[in-house]
Design a binder for this molecule. Structure first.
Ligand code: NAD
Ligand code: WQD
Length: 344
């Protein structure tokens, strides 16, 4: 058994896939989640996949004393992967203080508790949202950080700075900031996946819900952008490939292989796909016809962004490997499984 790792937000979408990969690599995992955007039965499904039940504590990262007690209960935690956050961009515009409190204070609590409990490493879930609309594509880690488009995006920028400032002040912390592009898909077992709350705001859950008949039509937000087919371009990365990047990053921290105490990596495929290309890839890889229409642009959308992942490829030895077809089939299988379970 390798070291003990604390995964905040570990019953969530990316967290649950990462717990599976950590366990498959021999790590012992303790999940902390307040279940504000996930369900406790995710723990059962992780156990079904790996054969190992992770420890689970229903604690809010905002609760300093509760988090302190978790570190005391599980001594010797070597690393934290911090997924817990509120993540709905639109909601963050309506409820900025909820987003600033949840996303900033959760991290601050962890950074205060790490030296107290001798926890050396933290991996932080950052986002390509910090780049806004990049001047150059594909975007590298050196690209300037643009003014955030939403309070959510701003929490990612501020949290990156909080980590840098804390390390610069002499705190004995090692950190890796992973800037995810657009994570999609579900585990090949279809036992875990994305569980959107209410009407999905993100493309893939809306698309698969339309394909299965929960939604009538997918709206393509704009076909008049300055892109080859006029629709927006993103870098869609398979969630299992993304999960694996966390295991490699954690190994790197614990094996003291970092070049700096704070490192940043783009976690994307390096391939930009338009909304229309993605729809056609979904249709051809699943054989399911999709009802869609061209609609007006969505306020605040970035026209095009995709990663230059070469730093992660070369330095971490990690690469996104899964084809878009396989990724989209996994998202569809997950939607079919949700219907089977009666989840709408
Ligand atoms: P998710 O909502 O599925 O998972 C987050 C989990 O954190 C949920 O299980 C939720 O219950 C939990 N949580 C929230 N606040 C908490 C708190 N105060 N205490 C304890 N638990 C709390 O989201 P996800 O898509 O898995 O995202 C994980 C992380 O990755 C987030 O930080 C998100 O901002 C970041 N990220 C996500 C995407 C994306 O498109 N999904 C892209 C870039 C970055
Ligand atoms: C993808 C593309 C839409 C829905 C958001 C956050 C970002 C990051 C990932 C966390 C866009 C188009 C969508 C629909 C559509 N999260 N679309 N019809 O906007 O790239 O990023 O999630 O950090 O911060 O902003 O993802 O899935 O919402 O949209 O045409 O019904 O699909 O316009 O081009 P986005 P998305």
């Amino acid at each position: 058994m390798k070291e003990r790792i604390l995964v905040t937000g570990g019953t969530g979408y990316i967290g649950s896939h990462t717990v599976v990969e950590l366990q498959n690599s021999g790590y012992e995992v303790i999940i902390v989640d307040n279940l504000s955007n996930s369900r406790a039965d995710v723990v059962d499904n992780i156990e079904k996949i790996t054969g190992i039940r992770p420890e689970f504590e229903q604690v809010d990262c905002l609760d300093y004393a509760g988090m302190d007690a978790v570190f005391t209960k599980y001594p010797g935690i070597k690393g934290i992967i911090h997924f817990a956050a509120s993540k709905a961009v639109g909601e963050s515009v309506q409820k900025p203080l909820l987003y600033y409190r949840n996303n900033l204070v959760s991290l601050i609590n962890l950074l205060e508790l790490m030296p107290k409990h001798n926890v050396p490493g933290i991996i932080f879930s950052s986002s390509c949202t910090v780049y806004g609309q990049p001047d150059k594509l594909p975007v590298t880690e050196e690209a300037p950080i643009k003014k955030a488009e939403s309070p959510y995006g701003n929490t990612k920028q501020i949290n990156e700075e909080i980590i840098r400032d804390t390390v610069a002040s002499g705190s004995p912390i090692h950190a890796i900031l992973l800037r995810y592009f657009n994570p999609i898909g579900a585990h090949p077992t279809a036992l875990i996946g994305e569980l959107p709350n209410g009407v999905p705001q993100n493309l893939i859950p809306y698309l698969t819900q339309t394909a299965i008949g929960i939604r009538e039509k997918l709206s393509v937000f704009g076909d008049d952008y300055n892109t080859p087919d006029g629709s927006c371009i993103r870098d869609y990365i398979y969630v299992v490939d993304l999960a694996k990047a966390h295991v490699i990053a954690m190994n790197r921290i614990l094996e003291n292989k970092q070049k700096d105490k704070v490192e940043v990596f783009n976690i994307g495929t390096g391939r930009g796909l338009s909304v229309l290309e993605l729809i056609h890839a979904f249709e051809s890889s699943t054989g399911v016809k999709l009802n869609y229409q061209i609609a007006g642009r969505r306020a605040g959308d970035i026209e095009q962004v995709w990663a230059d992942p070469s730093y992660a490829n070369n330095e971490l030895g990690w690469k996104a490997e899964t084809s878009i077809e396989e990724t989209l089939r996994s998202a569809w299988n997950w939607q079919l499984k949700l219907r089977e379970k009666g989840v709408q």
